[in-house]
Write a protein that binds this ligand. Sequence first.
Ligand code: TXE
Length: 481
Amino acid sequence: MKRILNFIDGQFRPPCSGRYLPNLNPATGQVIAEIPESGPEDIDAAVAAASRAFESWRRTPAEERSRLLIRVAELIEENFDELAQLESEDSGKPIALARRIDVPRAIHNFRFFATAILHAETPCHMTDDRALNYTIRQPLGVAGLISPWNLPLYLLTWKIAPAIAAGNCCVAKPSELTPLTADRLAELTLEAGIPPGVVNIVHGPGGSAGRALTSHPNVPLISFTGGTKTGADVMARAGPLFKKVSLELGGKNPNIVFADADLEQAVATSIQSSFANQGEICLCGSRLFIEKTIYEEFVDRFLGATKKLRIGDPQDASTDVGALVSEPHLRKVEGYVELAREEGGTILVGGKRPENLPERVQDGYFLEPTVIAGLDCQRRVMQEEIFGPVVTVTPFDSPEDAIAYANSTRYGLSASVWTQDLQKAHRVAAAIETGTVWVNTWLLRDLRVPFGGMKESGVGREGGFESLDFFTEAKNVCVKL
Ligand code: TXE
């Protein structure tokens, strides 16, 4: 069994505690590795290494930083199959999805920010003929990066790449549930020639290693992706130290289908936005609102397509829906199905653990894709993030109703709107309180666009130059003429 170590100052080191935690394959329930149970002392060592490395990394020319990041991208590409395999084993996601999304996007993250720093510009302002103002952007020092388990390599690289491209060094704390690809990435950064201390990866529980990072006085910046409750704790610790904080949190995203939509596409894409990665993507559309005149037809087609999804061994290339990330998470999601019944909802399909699973994955944490009807927007099932293969369907009468339903939660991450009427699409998109609105699509990502949430879905924006802005401090220099 693999024993994972922390990656500090270019070396793999055991945790100061000497203790390890088991890491499970959620599809089989078997322990596949152990990870360091790190705490404040490990974080201290990593922050010290990153601070030392910062002195020379900040002065490394952008072209050289860019070259090294591109080398990391190439190495991820060269190890594509292995990384997809590790990601699938560690998180329970179908290997086909890891190959289609997780690994390609990790490569893209490094390439994108490696080249973005070669094109960054800063403004210059003339104050009449009295002064010349120019802005410079400088890295802050040690960036604290905390990432979740649902898209482990993808979201870790979404933080590491811009942080170090901008000239910071980093201490990353991946989710304790999915450490394998982070560990492999550490090796690849070494192989690429990234200097020791620029990237440090400390494994361990959020309550000890994560908190030590968010409350560390020498970490001026925190980028966090995870649950909204955890985000509040991150903010509470980072706030009094006046850290720069970016929070990408949960979602309860609406998917609005108008009667004039291309129904075939709306159904096919809604199946993806409901059940991709077992519904464990913050951008999944978990509340479907369907215009009343097409409600029955849409639901019929949607249920038909749901029943066709293949649930099973994530290692099987034809699997559509894999295992949920852990047993406690499976229980939490099942708890919401139970709650839906108590709240008066009807389970139209799914709601239970699948039968006839292949022998190898009999003990895994699987749940059938589940569709629930009959709940009004104020019910807990319609308000709280479930983060599993569970969606609700609700009819609406008018665009105004659809907008009110969409905006009726504390979340505001993303939305999809399906219509062929452009005027309506623009009007509804402007009225929805989310950081992203997709029209006639879902999860179509361009790394140049701002990404983040409104309300309790987050604070700040990352993506493109917004990421480079976040990972640098702007300084105005005013020269009297
Ligand atoms: O995530 P956590 P959990 C949602 C989803 C899920 C819920 C809880 O609804 O059911 O959050 O999931 C680290 N200080 N999302 O508990 O705890 C932790 O070690 C600092 C949505 O698994 O938020 C991990 O590295 N760090 C989401 C990271 O935070 C702490 C993705 C995320 O874990 C910490 C995941 C603390 N006090 C869950 N406590 C999305 N938006 O994509 C934990 N961590």
